[in-house]
Design a protein around this ligand. Sequence first.
Ligand SMILES: C[S@@+](CC[C@H](N)C(=O)[O-])C[C@H]1O[C@@H](n2cnc3c(N)ncnc32)[C@H](O)[C@@H]1O
Length: 366
Amino acid sequence: MDMVKMFHMNGGIGDESYSSNSGLQRAGIMKTQGSIEEAISELYKNNPSCTKTIIMADLGCSVGPNTLLVSSIVINAVAKTSLELGLKSPEVQINLNDLPTNDFNTIFTSLPEHQENSTNDHLPLCYFTGVPGSFFNRLFPSKTINFIHSSYGLHWLSKRPELEEINKGSIYLSRTTPESVSRAYYQQFQKDFLGFLKCRSEELVGGGRMILTLLGRTNDDSRDEESYYVWRPLAMALQEMVSEGLVDEEKFDSFNIPLYTPSTNEIKNLVETQGFFRIDRLEHFYVYMETLKTDKFDEAYEDEGIVRALAKSMRAASESLVANHFGEAILDNVFTRYAKRYAKILSCNKEKGRYVSVTVSLIKKE
Ligand SMILES: C[S@@+](CC[C@H](N)C(=O)[O-])C[C@H]1O[C@@H](n2cnc3c(N)ncnc32)[C@H](O)[C@@H]1O
């Protein structure tokens, strides 16, 4: 399975698009806003070239409001720091990266509106560029980038790990997962993450900053299901369809989500092993499914509304993987079952209505 060729969030702005169903990721980004602002302010104050131009990149930017949310946080932080320093705002170049199958057109058609809506005179002049390609490879010339941001992209592996054993009954790392499978997953994550850090260390200028936020874990046990609550209903829905003869059992057995959710310790060890970055901040936080609550929900059916919104959010993010493996015909059925399964899980245990994120703020050593 080649992630570069087939993986993408649902494009467009329709009901099932990532644009319309990325509220959870948005809530996660908002929790890191303070770290982004702090990094930009320090970058600006400590690097003389940043008073003229700041070049940033958002890696795995996807499509929709979150793509421009990150840019807006950076642009406002630049304007605020300029005011503080009594300087004219530098120009900002914003490189938006994702896999080539990402819906870049939808991003670009929303840009003029985004730029024209700004009313603040201190806002810097911005130049947007699209950069298709895998962030596990080099994307920019050496020592040209001041700031890199990436949210909710780096837990996706570059490919499905080669497995010696079947991960029977599961599609993620769970209590029943054989050790050889969890080892293979960690090894793939390690290879990908170290490769990512190496590329970025070559592209960032000395003193450049990087903030990475990804799905993670609060402990060091990779088979702890805490970080896979949202995938469990998908496994259950597929299993149900196997038992009804709607999905082939062998197909189910060979379906493993190419995703690894690291702990803060794992991130710390990998950053220190690679050696080109200093850790400024490293922490985990929770994002609650209640974030998906909207005014449209009737209070009596709030949980039902949240569950339906979560099923749409999961579909927007994982439809390309499910369709590539099982075919498009099962999509409606499997995600309807997903919502029912998740509703049951949530009614028994409200703790399962949250997911863990890990965020790390890094400084490139001189
Ligand atoms: C869940 S979305 C997150 C989008 C956005 N950053 C946000 O926080 O809402 C993950 C994005 O990472 C992208 N992605 C995954 N692997 C990638 C890779 N190797 N190179 C570039 N982008 C990748 C996916 O295509 C997807 O658009």
